[in-house]
Design a protein around this ligand. Structure first.
Ligand SMILES: [Zn+2]
Length: 454
């Protein structure tokens, strides 16, 4: 057999462990894993000294296309993903939400020539669009996004709406990613802070408080247990969220918990100091929350990592006051790097990183084992990683339209050097090597297997 590509002499990493081998690719899939290179390939990529990880699967990104392309678009966002070692993204845009099966079809067709990596799309659920869920699921939406509070212009769902939504999800076998902050607690905090004429950066952690997140998570967890719905808590900011999810899971809830690099690396003091460039919600919490989150990530209690890539330019960030400047951080191109740095720092193992940023999201999206692992028959989505590479992250290297990153100036050890999508190199050492359009829509029902629990 003649192979399209051979990734030769790599150390292959899966959640179960690592071994040396050569990944032989035919028709975009892994045709075999060989002890030695066969020499019978159109192209050989020398991976000696490098680690071969399955391409990362980032289930929570906002590329704002169509919608808000001054902030980001799919070409630049997916290029940033490729550079960052991410081969599958799942996207949703708050300013132009997918609410019906027709919206999904239209957006998928619009994006046909605009992605450098494989992609899926998430639909928003508003209180008055819950009945659209079955048709969207049949049309191949990746999952559903709901908010418990009105945020980013997206209307929140109160418990009666959530109960209806979760019953439908449970019936059709789909999953929801839920942004958890209590509508009334955040509103009350806001009223008090505004009455005190506060506009210092310290409003962010007080407004989007610890209690607001926990109360919403509690409601979601209970409703998930009562309905049997498969639900992921989006961007958990604090260890108490993880612990609450664990307790509900022990009682039978089909819950998982997502977190993002900003909750491990940053704390509330940094928000108070930097304001707009550290404004995201729920916000980073007071120390030692980050440290406790690292422990829960290492132990397996945080199920998955996403970026929640939600960029704006620095100009957009500083246009208005702290109340009205946009939430969100860019980061799709740095998430894997900062996590590799954490592996080098001993905070988690490489196997665990592969699990939380590739295998588990792929499972929850119904994409495993086509995505999320390196084995015969899987898509040849591979990221080659140099664990010894040291570099300082710089705003001038950013591929995203944001043009900056919160990790500017950080010395990072561990780098994704080559990103391979279905056997083709899409990025190498910070540069995009493929044309938009090579990324395919990946969560269509014909590709999707059953969505599993963690
Ligand atoms: Zn988000």
């Amino acid at each position: 057999m003649r192979f399209q590509t051979e990734i030769a002499n790599a150390t292959i990493v899966t959640p179960e462990g690592r071994y040396r081998g050569t990944i032989a690719v035919a028709d975009g899939r892994i045709a075999a894993i060989l002890d030695e290179p066969s020499g019978n390939a159109d192209r050989t990529i020398d991976a000696d000294g490098l680690l071969a990880l399955p391409g990362m699967v980032d289930q929570h990104v906002h590329f704002m296309d169509p919608g808000d392309t001054e902030r980001e678009d799919f070409v630049r966002g997916s290029s940033a993903a490729a550079v960052g070692g991410v081969t599958t993204v799942v996207e949703h845009t708050h300013s132009n939400p997918v609410l019906t099966a027709d919206d999904l079809k239209e957006k998928r067709e619009y994006l046909a020539g605009r992605s450098v990596v494989d992609f899926g799309l998430t639909a928003h659920v508003f209180p008055d669009t819950i009945e659209q869920v079955p048709a969207l699921w049949e049309e191949g939406v990746a999952m559903f996004k709901a908010f418990t509070c009105t945020t980013h212009g997206v209307p929140g769902l109160l418990p009666d709406d959530l109960l209806r939504l979760f019953r439908v999800l449970s019936r059709v076998g789909a999953r929801a990613l839920v942004h958890c902050e209590d509508e009334f607690i955040t509103e009350d905090n806001e009223g008090r802070l505004r009455a005190a004429l506060r506009d210092d950066y310290g409003i962010v952690p007080e407004w989007r408080s610890v209690e607001a997140e926990l109360v919403a998570v509690n409601t979601i967890a209970l409703l998930a247990r009562l309905t049997g719905a498969n639900v992921t808590i989006a961007h958990a900011s604090q260890p108490e969220v993880v612990d609450l999810v664990r307790r509900e899971r022990e009682l039978g809830a089909r819950l998982s918990v997502e977190s993002c690099p900003q909750y491990f690396y940053f704390d509330a003091d940094e928000v108070r100091q930097h304001g707009p460039t550290r404004k995201f919600t729920p916000p980073a919490r007071d120390a030692p929350a980050g440290e406790l989150m690292w422990e829960r990530l290492a132990s397996g209690e945080v199920d998955l990592i996403s970026t929640d890539h939600a960029p704006s330019t620095l100009e957009q960030k500083f246009e208005k006051d702290i109340w009205d400047c946009p939430f969100g951080l860019p980061g799709i191109e740095t998430t894997l790097s900062v996590m590799l740095n954490a592996v080098n720092g001993g905070q988690l193992t490489l196997e665990r990183l592969v699990e939380v940023y590739s295998a588990t999201p792929a499972r929850l999206l119904g994409l495993y084992p086509r995505k999320g692992t390196i084995r015969t028959g899987s898509d040849a989505d591979v990221v080659l990683v140099d664990m010894e590479d040291e570099r300082v992250l710089r705003n001038e290297d950013v591929v995203s339209k944001a043009g900056w990153m919160p990790f500017d100036g950080y010395l990072i050890k561990g780098r994704p050097v080559t990103t391979i999508l279905r056997g083709e190199v899409v990025a190498e050492k910070g540069e995009v090597k493929a044309e938009p359009g090579c990324g395919r829509y990946t969560t269509a029902p014909q590709f999707r297997s059953e969505v599993t629990d963690v």
